[in-house]
Design a protein around this ligand. Structure first.
Ligand code: ATP
Length: 338
């Protein structure tokens, strides 16, 4: 295949983003806009309105940045799921409209696969065990038996949200992760619950325990340090077992919590002992963005997976709000192994 240009649209939750990827030149445009609130969480309908209001402007800016005319895009891609339905619909309708208008193929991408493939793209890891730790998501994932599989995950709250929950209770504001990291540098270890159940981890009880200790007068620095050491160790225990089970020789940290230098240090140490290579996705690309959709879409396009070509197929393209990662086919993995 010669040079191919893909325009990817991300809109699963708080962010509407457009990324343009050139198979030869790499990233040629990356435009994003995040919906935020002064208080509380996402209001889905308002979030969708934000996406609707900004999509045209983002497209214009992305085309300007790439110095391309829209006719030069070879195909369009969108995040099909999982995500919030009102947000997903905006991206899907926009991508569909463009694909129909300019008579180009349309590709439906799984948002999580976008994160994983983007991590590989930037770090050059080939077939790692992924430690995916964002706000809501905490999963240990690896490719096995032609699909990405979840080997272990947080049973209730994800690690990022757990840190934020603790931070909120002790007055650190949002997001608390970076502040906890700084405070932890001055802390000492206190014994707190360590909860690994099989291959899964559970953070909610630990957070409640730490909040109670804080109320009884425990030092904030000690709690931050202990929360980090315990939470990261739990995840690394599961990662280590996933590495042993799969025999993989790479571990890749992705998601917002990958910003934590202590986590990266602990991962590096564990990997060194196991003679496994460790990687962390660049922070700029750990949050939701259009490039992640374009990267996964490029692989799908080349391996003809979920590429809607006819007018009828494009019209029928839909969202899949609960699209689990292990339901995604990954034909490109076989293609590139050869
Ligand atoms: P999701 O994609 O799961 O819905 P999200 O988009 O909010 O969640 P990210 O932007 O990937 O997730 O990550 C945000 C999380 O990362 C927050 O919970 C934040 O506290 C945490 N975080 C950011 N920096 C650090 C840090 N230095 N140490 C620990 N946690 C951090």
């Amino acid at each position: 295949m010669g040079e191919i240009i893909c325009l990817g649209i991300e809109s699963t939750a708080h962010t509407i983003a457009i990324g343009i990827l050139d198979s030869k030149k790499g990233i040629i445009a990356d435009q994003r806009s995040m919906y935020t609130t002064d208080k509380g969480g996402i209001i889905p309908i308002e979030c969708a309105k934000h996406h609707k209001d900004l999509k045209e402007e983002l497209l214009k800016k992305a085309l300007e940045e790439s110095k391309l005319k829209i006719e030069e895009i070879d195909f369009f891609a969108y995040s099909e799921g999982p995500g919030l339905p009102p947000s997903l619909i905006v991206g899907k309708d926009f991508a569909k409209e463009l694909a129909l208008k300019y008579n180009k193929p349309l590709v439906g991408v799984n948002h999580l696969v976008g994160h994983l493939e983007e991590g590989k793209y930037f770090t050059k890891a080939k077939d790692p065990v992924f430690i995916f730790v964002s706000g809501a998501n905490t999963q240990i994932i690896a490719h096995e038996g032609k699909k990405y599989r979840v080997f272990g995950e947080a049973l209730s709250v994800g690690l990022g949200n757990a840190l934020d929950k603790f931070g909120r209770a002790v007055g650190l504001g949002f997001p608390a992760g970076p502040k906890i990291e700084q405070l932890a540098k001055k802390g000492n270890f206190i014994e707190i619950p360590y909860v690994v159940k099989g291959m899964d981890v559970e953070f909610s009880g630990i957070v409640t325990h730490c909040i109670n200790l804080y109320k009884k007068g425990a030092k904030i620095e000690d709690l931050c340090y202990s929360l980090q050491e315990t939470g990261f160790s739990m995840l690394l225990e599961v990662t280590e077992r996933a590495l042993a089970h799969t025999g993989k020789k790479e571990a890749l940290l992705i998601g917002g919590v990958a910003a934590n230098q202590r986590f990266v240090e602990m991962l590096n140490l564990m990997c060194k002992e196991r003679k496994v290579k460790s990687f962390a996705c660049p922070l700029k690309y750990s949050g939701d963005n259009g490039i992640q959709i374009a990267i996964a879409a490029m692989l799908q396009y080349k391996s003809d997976y979920k590429v809607y070509k006819t007018k009828k197929q494009k019209e029928l393209a839909d969202i899949n709000t609960n699209w689990r990662i292990d339901q995604v086919e990954t034909p490109w993995m076989d293609m590139f192994k050869k």
